[in-house]
Design a protein around this ligand. Structure first.
Ligand SMILES: NC(=O)c1ccc[n+]([C@@H]2O[C@H](COP(=O)([O-])OP(=O)(O)OC[C@H]3O[C@@H](n4cnc5c(N)ncnc54)[C@H](O)[C@@H]3O)[C@@H](O)[C@H]2O)c1
Length: 288
């Protein structure tokens, strides 16, 4: 992976635009692909806005912003986006079927030496790789949201991932000025498996009337120095997103710790999915 110069990022949404930004800021040439012009343009606007804000706040040098923007191109043609890439990072919606289909198309268009990575937050790397002709070159690079702020990247290897690729991926992540951790392909990897269990237990405590959401969050913020309590974090991530992950982890790991609490099922059914809906465990409506 040392010879990486050109990177293709597939998907220009929440994660894709952020990944394209940090990769371009680190001196790589990046093509950001999405299925339509509106999505790529929106992603590009978000990158420009992030970089301009970084410059205003003194966190990004003018030269880095200019280099990053010059290194970025966009495309709505998948073959054009990946054919010259040394590394492809997929950040399309969280669907096994979609990811398999994307990598099927990618494999027939990339060079035989290109490395293929997915930013999936929960799906099995091994399962995605199962339809690939060359699964040894496939791995997970799990970035966190917002990518330009969060430094953690989980480097996830499946049973077929080439061990040498793993070392190269760790070096690549360090070059992005991010902190890699190496994780075996396993449901929820290292981050979601632990983070979600705290959130679900906090919801059960609300159900049982142990304390208010505010006080449960304060317990973790002040008592354990978490930067944000588990219920506020759930509101930001989205209760529907958390429910999807909890169901998946409950199914795959079988532990009662991941059984979705009734309150979570009910709030999602009522449309109280967190900040984006104006209401979750907190009121996020206007004037709140
Ligand atoms: N949002 C998060 O906090 C977060 C964190 C870590 C990982 N992830 C993972 O990252 C991936 C992307 O999530 P997101 O939040 O950026 O989603 P998103 O919905 O914001 O963006 C997905 C983008 O993919 C595009 N897309 C749709 N079909 C495509 C295709 N066939 N090829 C390429 N692009 C396609 C969409 O147009 C959209 O712009 C998911 O696997 C998700 O689980 C998300």
């Amino acid at each position: 992976m040392s010879a990486i110069r050109r990177v293709a990022v597939l998907g220009a949404g929440t994660m894709g635009h952020g990944i394209a930004q940090v990769v371009a800021m680190s001196g790589y040439s990046v093509t950001m692909y999405d299925i339509d012009m509106v999505s790529v343009e929106t992603g590009l606007q978000r990158i420009r806005k992030n970089l301009d804000k970084g410059v205003q706040l003194g966190k990004v040098a003018d030269a880095i912003r200019d280099t990053a923007l010059a290194a970025l191109s966009t495309s709505t043609d998948l073959t054009e986006a990946v054919e010259a890439a040394d590394l492809v990072i997929e950040a399309a919606p969280e669907s096994m079927q979609l990811k398999k289909q994307i990598f099927g198309s990618v494999e027939s268009a990339v060079s035989p030496d290109a490395v293929l990575a997915t930013n999936t937050s929960s799906l099995s790397i091994d399962d995605i790789a199962s339809t690939l002709a060359h699964p040894r070159r496939f791995l997970g690079l799990h970035f966190f949201n917002p990518v330009h702020v969060m430094t953690l990247v989980e480097v996830v290897h499946g049973p077929k991932t080439d061990p040498e690729l793993l070392d190269g991926a760790v070096q690549f992540v360090r070059r992005l000025d991010r902190e890699p951790i190496v994780v075996k392909d396993s449901p929820g990897f290292a981050s979601s498996r632990l983070g979600v269990v705290i959130g679900l237990e906090a919801m059960r405590m609300v159900e049982e009337g142990v304390a208010s959401p505010e006080d449960i969050d304060r317990a973790m913020e002040l008592g354990y120095r978490h930067p944000m309590g588990p219920l506020k974090l759930t509101d930001l991530v989205g209760l529907d997103v958390r429910l999807g992950i909890a169901r998946y982890l409950y199914e795959t790991l079988g532990s009662e710790a991941f059984r979705p609490p009734r309150i979570l099922e009910q709030m999602v059914a009522d449309g109280h999915t967190g900040k984006k809906a104006g209401r979750g465990f907190y009121d996020w409506g206007e004037g709140a």
